[in-house]
Design a protein around this ligand. Sequence first.
Ligand SMILES: [Mg+2]
Length: 458
Amino acid sequence: MHTLDTTIRIVWLTLRFESVQESTLDVTPLGSVSHLAVRPDVESQYRKVKMKITGVSSTLFQYPMPRRMGDANSPMGRARASGCIIELHTDTELTGISMGGGGAIGIINSLVEGVLIGQDPRRVTGLWQRMVNKHFKGGHDGIANDAISALDIALWDLKAKSNDEPLWKTLGGVKQPINAYASGLDMPLSDEEIFDFYRGMAEDYGFKDGKLKVGLDQDSDLRRIGIMKDALSINTDEPGLMVDANEYWSPKQAIRKVREMEEQFDLMWIEEPARRWDFLGLRRICDAVKTPVCAGENLDTLGDFLPYFHNRSADIIQVGSGMTGITCALQIADAAHGFNLPVTLGGSAGHHHAHLATVIPNYVTIEVGNAESENRVASIDITFENGKAILGDKPGLGIEIDHEELAKAQVDAIPPGAGPSPFGRRPGAGLYEVPPTEEEKVEAVRGITGQSEGRHAY
Ligand SMILES: [Mg+2]
């Protein structure tokens, strides 16, 4: 943690940095100092080139997923997914792109109209603060958080593009292979499909670590962890094994089940073993099992994490893709670093978390559900080799939109079964054991077969 003297020095440096620029902003959070590389050549270019935000467009689309995906709360999973392309326009040829915020288009339009229009998009951190301040009364979580996140990511994309460099470089990162793990989101998959997914990720991209969805049936979970381990063992004698309960258990259920798993497996972490806000329950789990507890995926803001930090409610802090954007994700990672807690980065559209990992000293690994783009709409400049993300050199996030394909996949509204959480929380979760229903058992046997329309089919 910063001492008072250090904090004062950082504030002074921040003010000094702002004072040499033409600025219409009056607020610059401390985060800007630690994550912006200020180079003389960029500074001179910055003064010469004018840039203003002129508007935003949002396009909803849907596509068939390469496999059914679900967790303990939605064991049958879903076969279709939806997305949203946000394009933040400027008075230059540059456009900022982000993917997400499909349910928050109204607030996105309002924020652009009320906060961003006419502003220089390169002042990302200050604009982020203004958007957050705009939502002070209602809180910048939920849909407001989704909107700010989508715009913040597009602003960072623009800032890096204006530097004509990839985002990792604008953030001040050093290009390096980024630790990654395969994540099947695999509760709906049969045993054979579990094996095929993790073996494919191991053979094709060199993954050595994997994360399995658990929580519904302990016997099945134990068997499937073994299958995942077997599939990943092609690359290593000791694959990294993670399990994710998606808040399905009570703290007592979690302690009992994880202790049983520990009799057979050495787990890297247990993710979200109890409700996100139950920081004392999570602390009890941390103290009762040997496996590190990973939590935070569904929190929104830095303030949401404070009970975790103060109560040691997690051994590993998970930063999700919608945590009020890249700006806030880096603030949370810095705060976790101050508490000597490691950070893992959840799955993100376009794998933009790989860029962030280059400037997070306490990052452990990032989540990868699919190593290739899930749809034809967007291509990304990140590949996977030897189980690591390899960053590219295209400007910004390196996301390129195929507008012809986007038009084919476009929808007017997100269909009920293709949203991010179409099933909600399973009744009885955390309260009592709910065995799989007959319908769910049938679906589990059927697995992917006959359900997915295949990769890239519309
Ligand atoms: Mg998770």
